[in-house]
Design a protein around this ligand. Structure first.
Ligand code: NAD
Length: 424
């Protein structure tokens, strides 16, 4: 009989912080980094654990545990989301804060990496309880965050409303408005135009650049997209605008395929009406596993982590895999894809349009001057193209896959800043 592994055993088997440290060590070896630098980079600069008492609607008090991990701020203030999820652990938050350091560095942002989390299932709270928890968490970490210190943002199960409460709570503590303390706010209170579509728009700029390098004619190329939420559905819209034919898309209920191509407008209308892409008229139903191994030019995983693994990597037929999702490819699958000549644009580059537009939101907040949507998009394009070219050059220089290239470039930027500042 096969017994289900206990949560603790699973945690032991997959500890995201250990994974993050191992990734760093591998890159450090290629870069021949001084071991003392690696030692510093392994540890977040500061980790805060807070207990948040919340009065529940029935009058009782529950105490929730929250974290904020600030990994490295050599390049600028810490930046990264806050997640509200029952499975949040300190090691997860520490790992995510390290990954944010690399993502911000790849994107060329003047930021370091941070991440926060509260152990809670927000779906089990009323709106008033959620507001009290959000305010409680932010006031508990208020002395370590700020527009020049650490700038949180939305992540899993936190949204623009939660950011509004964070910003309001911090402003109350300070006694004046501090819009730039968080990003991902609604446009009415300091949010940026273009934030909703930023991740997919940024990804489409990167695809355009990669297509030029790999001599892929986007107007004659076919695309499959796994996941049809914010990242996946807007990716459909932007790649269609570039002339590519999106032949397959999927969500948690399954996938659809049409050799003639799927229209973004029609699929979106169907999804709004029925709650899923499945059942779209004229398309064949396929499974998510089938979608990943379709004979297409470009594959965009835009749903969950660990989708392309050692079990299916050799069957991937796409020439280009663009990671809209975080962590969709396992390290074993990375090696297989590389040996098969498949180019993978890694998550920290491909989906960095979101954090880049967060940066543009913060820039507008501290200037007190708000840009048109066109100016936001134009600046995003400039920054994404610059990031792509830097990663591409590093990848060529070291003869590695693009994920390693992105890490080498990112770690290099952070280490240079640490050295110049005299930290090592
Ligand atoms: P979302 O919640 O809006 O959408 C997720 C989509 O994935 C949904 O369509 C859901 O049905 C689908 N899905 C869930 N399980 C699935 C399965 N087993 N097979 C196929 N599809 C499945 O989330 P999102 O914001 O689009 O984020 C998707 C991924 O992109 C995540 O990894 C996220 O971390 C990453 N990402 C998103 C952003 C952003 O700005 N939205 C930025 C950076 C990275």
């Amino acid at each position: 009989m096969v017994l289900e592994k206990s949560f603790a055993e699973k945690e032991q088997a997959y500890n995201p912080y250990q994974v993050a440290v191992e990734q760093l060590e591998r890159v450090a070896e290629i870069m021949k980094l001084d071991p003392s630098i690696v030692e510093i980079l392994k540890h977040p600069k500061r980790v805060v654990t807070v207990a948040i008492p919340v009065r529940m609607d029935d009058g009782t008090v529950r105490v929730f545990v929250g974290y904020r991990s600030q990994h490295n701020d050599a390049l600028g203030p810490f930046k990264g989301g806050v997640r509200f999820h029952p499975n949040v652990t300190l090691d997860e938050v520490k790992a995510l804060s390290m990954w944010m350091t690399w993502k911000c560095a790849v994107a060329g942002l003047p930021y370091g990496g941070g991440k926060g989390g509260v152990v809670v299932d927000p779906h089990k709270l009323s709106k008033a309880e959620l507001e009290r928890l959000s305010r409680g968490y932010f006031s508990a970490i208020a002395n370590v965050v700020g527009p020049y210190q650490d700038i949180p943002a939305p992540d899993v199960y936190t949204d623009a409303q939660v950011m509004s409460w964070f910003m309001d709570e911090y402003s109350k503590i300070k006694g004046y408005n501090v819009f730039g303390v968080v990003t991902g706010k609604p446009v009415a209170i300091g949010g940026s135009l273009g934030r909703d579509t930023a991740t997919a728009r940024g990804l489409s700029f990167v695809v355009e650049e990669a297509a030029k390098k790999l001599r892929i004619n986007l107007k004659e190329s076919s695309v499959a997209i796994q996941g049809y939420g914010n990242a996946g559905s807007y990716t459909h819209m932007f790649l269609e605008k570039l002339g590519a034919k999106v032949v397959a898309v999927s969500d948690s209920k399954g996938g659809i395929y049409s050799a003639q191509g799927l229209s973004y407008k029609d699929v979106m209308e169907h999804k709004k009406k029925t709650g899923s892409v499945v059942g779209f008229k004229g398309a064949k139903t396929i499974t998510n596993d089938e979608l990943l191994t379709l004979d297409v030019d470009i594959l965009v995983p835009a749903a969950l982590e660990n989708q392309i693994t050692q079990n299916n990597a050799a069957k991937v037929k796409a020439r280009l895999v663009v990671e809209a999702a975080n962590g969709p490819t396992t390290p074993e699958a990375d090696d297989i894809l590389y040996s098969e000549g498949v180019t993978v644009i890694p998550d920290i580059l491909a989906n960095s349009g979101g954090v880049t537009t967060s940066y543009l939101e913060w820039v507008q907040n501290i200037q007190g001057y708000y840009w048109s949507a066109e100016k936001v998009d134009e600046t995003l394009k400039e920054m994404m193209v610059r990031a792509f070219r830097a990663v591409w050059e590093t990848t060529q220089k070291y003869s590695v896959d693009m994920r390693k290239g992105a890490y080498i470039y990112a770690v290099g930027r952070v280490v240079e800043a640490m050295k110049l500042r005299g930290w090592i």
